[in-house]
Design a protein around this ligand. Sequence first.
Ligand SMILES: Nc1ncnc2c1ncn2[C@@H]1O[C@H](COP(=O)(O)OP(=O)(O)OP(=O)(O)O)[C@@H](O)[C@H]1O
Ligand SMILES: [Mg+2]
Length: 313
Amino acid sequence: MSGKLELASMATAPETDPAFVPEHRRQSAAVRERFARLYQRPVTLEIAGLTKSFEAGGGIVTALQDVSFRAHRRELICVIGPSGCGKSTLGRIVAGLDEPTGGSVRVDGEEVDGPCPNRGMVFQGYTLFPWRTVLGNVMFGLEVSGLSDTAAEQQAMPWVEMVGLARFATSYPYQLSGGMKQRVAIARALATNPRLLIMDEPFAALDAQTRAQMQDYLLQIWRQVDVTILFVTHDLDEAVFLADRIVVMGAHPGRVLEIVEVPVPRPREVAHFESPLFVATKKHLEKLIHHERPKDTDRLPIVRMTQVGDDVE
Ligand SMILES: Nc1ncnc2c1ncn2[C@@H]1O[C@H](COP(=O)(O)OP(=O)(O)OP(=O)(O)O)[C@@H](O)[C@H]1O
Ligand SMILES: [Mg+2]
């Protein structure tokens, strides 16, 4: 059976399938209403027929093939998929840091053709300026946009407060924990009032507990700000916990397999991780991604490097 046919049969799986996630119109009244409101909002991000190829090792790598989707104003949309499926490439193109080979990206109707303050970005690595204080880091984009020091400080301080770091405004990055650094990075990205916040695995380097806390902080911040979030992750729990919808991608070539409407109610809480809807959504994602995993690369071509006869397993 072709991949497409198999995926189509999964989409119409019976409701007894533990990985069956009905579309929003067949969910509870609260979920139906939430998605109806979401789809009524204007489109902030429109990605149409996006393609990106790289020349590498004498061949061509198709990092993205005909990727199309839209995100509505104040939507939190996650992108998941296996390593190498083009998630970061997609984020970089939307940020204007990379040029597509074909297709287009529009933010609030305007074609993206380079970096612009209407798009903020937070990466996995800590990207704060080590020579600037917390407040100085958050002021950076405002200074670049031409504000005086005083005006930049006045606009930056509420963001420092919003991420709970007012007491650390004069601290330097080396004095902060990983989670605190990423909170500064979020404040810095939001301080210029972007329409779109692009986050590429921003919590991947954090320990599990800090990561869970950051996910909760992000939802708290997002509720209070008029910003659309494109959040790249390969952590399925993180995607289901955060997203309104999840764009599931497959690799080689990087393409969209399915866009899943997350039925888990909002506001999201840790207790939801155990709920049947959460578990079903995660199973559905696992099924889509597992279906994609190349079987022949699961085993490494390892030769035995020891003569010790006592086997470890
Ligand atoms: N500058 C580049 N030159 C050549 N090939 C590239 C370049 N950037 C990305 N690629 C290739 O494009 C594909 C997608 O890469 P990308 O980094 O977007 O994947 P990803 O989904 O973010 O992976 P990960 O989950 O490991 O971060 C990969 O095959 C990668 O090798
Ligand atoms: Mg990546």
